[in-house]
Design a protein around this ligand. Structure first.
Ligand SMILES: [Zn+2]
Length: 150
């Protein structure tokens, strides 16, 4: 059963990526379609680089935090194969994998997806954030995190 988040009320029937997975519209450029995950071209206006590809699990989840571990595994494994294909077919010398979970993280489509972006030495852009969060946490954040695993 697909996960539904009470946080934003997104249902698979209204989910953009679930609709694409269900209807397989003709205007989608597929890179790969597997049993548990697929890879396709984002909208051209949102492409960060030639060959930028979205890797999406077929099972609906909002993002990393509520994804089924098996779907997550299939998605990351496909992202690895897409990255290797970028190296082999496009001559990419590196890849960046971007994924946001939650509106405050900048997630635009509330269905888990990984952006796999090929990089070259002459692409003139860096995808690593230059800014730093101004948010403050009471206590040592890594100690607080480690306590969750005890
Ligand atoms: Zn969905």
């Amino acid at each position: 059963m697909p996960a539904v988040s009470p946080e934003n009320g997104t249902m698979p029937d209204t989910c953009t990526f679930c609709r694409i997975l269900r209807d397989e519209p003709d205007d989608v450029t597929w890179v790969e379609r597997e049993d548990e995950a697929v890879a396709f071209r984002p909208l051209p206006e949102s492409e960060l680089a030639p060959g930028h590809t979205l890797v999406v699990p077929r099972a609906h989840s909002i993002g990393l935090l509520d994804a089924d571990p098996r779907a997550l595994q299939a998605t990351t494994a496909l992202a690895q194969r897409v990255g290797r294909a970028m190296r082999a077919a496009l001559g990419a010398t590196g890849v960046v994998v971007l994924s946001a979970s939650g509106a405050d993280a900048g997630q635009s489509v509330p269905h888990l997806h990984l952006h796999v972006v090929p990089c070259w030495d002459d692409d003139g852009v860096t995808f690593w954030p230059e800014g730093r969060s101004k948010h403050r946490v009471d206590g040592d954040p890594h100690e607080l995190l480690a306590e969750m695993f005890e």
